[in-house]
Design a protein around this ligand. Structure first.
Ligand SMILES: Cc1cc2nc3c(=O)[nH]c(=O)nc-3n(C[C@H](O)[C@H](O)[C@H](O)COP(=O)(O)OP(=O)(O)OC[C@H]3O[C@@H](n4cnc5c(N)ncnc54)[C@H](O)[C@@H]3O)c2cc1C
Length: 392
């Protein structure tokens, strides 16, 4: 079993910007990851299994609905605490963070924001405790970067809706108890429906053979004349802005999470470089390896400052979608670059499961693609600064 000797880098004393509560929440998550995730994650990833045994622990550290009010079972924390929890979990594994992100920002958030009081009371406490797990179905086989083109649809049949269509690449789908499904009504308007496992005609086949996010279960959602009760439609927001609002929250969490993966790669590479002797001295004493390590800590520090500032803006309700896009894009690119460089610092050992770097590197290939690809986030920034959309 791999020993987790992680020491978190904090080159600009960012801890001084955090409140006592932030540090307590962060440290609890950090300890939990070291104790519960690090010892089992390599095995789970090698077996391509989501480790369900950690669900209750994720709930205990507040990873399910960190910012959802306590009256609905959430942790009632602010946005920086939410970000720090995501950072710590992704320090362990991006797949585990994906499960927590989906549950919080893509399942609990829409029910809280767009759902009825009955829906909140029925689902949120169970989702916060991990008794229920959820998934979020937006992407379709023919509509990924352009979800507005979705064809999944529902028809009003008087006392229920009839849902047809298919979603793919859905995190948590194979074991989720409920799915937040985005589908068009007869007028082509997008709405969110809560679809429950067990509804006739609803199946969730698993997607196999992934080389990335292996410790996260991914699948399809297939709807074949599924009768959805009318009370399962979330009435308080419709149109593409509804799922995009959820994605803002999840992308913000990713901007922090990616820092965790990068910190783990940097910390591992730094320790290895100081211990590994070649040509009669530690490789850390060579200019080439110092360049890699110095650039890593510089980029991590810039990403930490960006995420913290974005958290302040979100706490004030002022962060724009474009600002969130920029942080998601920058920080994931930062993390994947660091993972690739850190892997080289470890030489041949870098490709083994003895160290976490290769797993982070492969995981980040999904993180750079989902929740808006690297290219699409660049186009969002481009549109924001020029006022001209360049998507088509
Ligand atoms: C492991 C994993 C988990 C996921 N989990 C979920 C989930 O839980 N729920 C969910 O709904 N989805 C999920 N996704 C789907 C993910 O959000 C999509 O894969 C992503 O949005 C990209 O869509 P696509 O794969 O269809 O790629 P495409 O949209 O086909 O894009 C292919 C390439 O073309 C580029 N491109 C597209 N449009 C343009 C353009 N206008 N200009 C320039 N370049 C362009 C893209 O940047 C990309 O490089 C997941 C994906 C993965 C891999």
């Amino acid at each position: 079993m791999r020993t987790d000797n992680f020491q978190a880098p904090d080159y600009y004393n960012l801890d001084e910007l955090l409140t006592e509560e932030h540090k307590i929440v962060r440290d609890a998550a950090r300890k939990w990851v070291k104790r519960e995730v690090s010892p089992i994650i390599e095995d789970a990833a090698q077996k391509a299994e989501f480790p369900k045994s950690i669900i209750s622990g994720l709930a205990e550290i507040g990873a399910f609905g960190p910012y959802i009010p306590e009256e609905y079972g959430g942790a009632g924390l602010d946005q920086i605490s939410y970000g720090l929890i995501m950072q710590e979990i992704e320090r362990g594994d991006s797949g585990v963070r994906s499960t927590a992100s989906v549950q919080s920002s893509l399942v609990m958030y829409p029910i809280y924001k767009y759902g009825t009081e009955e829906q909140r009371k029925k689902y949120l406490p169970k989702l916060a405790s991990g008794e229920f797990m959820g998934c979020f179905g937006l992407t379709e086989p023919d509509h990924g970067s352009n979800p507005a083109g979705m064809t999944t649809n529902f028809k009003d049949k008087g006392d229920h809706y009839l849902l047809n269509g298919a979603k793919m690449w859905i995190s948590n789908a194979p074991f989720a108890d409920i799915a937040i499904v985005w589908a068009k009504d007869e007028n082509g308007r997008i709405h969110g429906l809560i679809v429950e496992r067990g509804m006739e005609g609803f199946t969730t086949p698993e997607t196999h053979n992934k080389w990335s996010l292996r410790a996260s279960a991914t699948g399809e959602l297939i709807f074949n004349n599924v009768k959805v009760p009318k009370e399962n439609l979330m009435p308080n927001k419709s149109g593409l802005g509804a799922p995009l609002g959820c994605l803002d929250s999840a992308r913000y969490g990713i901007a922090w999470g990616a820092i965790g993966a990068a910190m783990d790669c940097y910390d591992t590479a730094l320790r290895y470089a100081k211990e590994r002797i070649q040509f009669d001295k530690p490789i850390a004493g060579t200019q080439l390896q110092q360049k890699k390590l110095a650039e890593m800590i510089t980029e991590i520090t810039k990403a930490q400052l960006m995420a913290w500032r974005l958290g302040v803006l979100r706490n004030e309700g002022k962060a724009t979608s474009a600002q969130i896009s920029m942080a998601k894009r920058n920080n994931v690119e930062m993390a994947i670059t660091i993972a690739r460089e850190a892997r080289q610092v470890l030489g041949g050992m870098g490709i083994t499961g003895e160290y976490s770097i290769m797993r982070h590197m492969m995981n980040l290939e999904s993180v750079i693609t989902y929740e808006g690809t690297h290219d699409i986030h660049l186009l969002i920034t481009g549109m924001d600064i020029t006022g001209i959309p360049a998507f088509q």
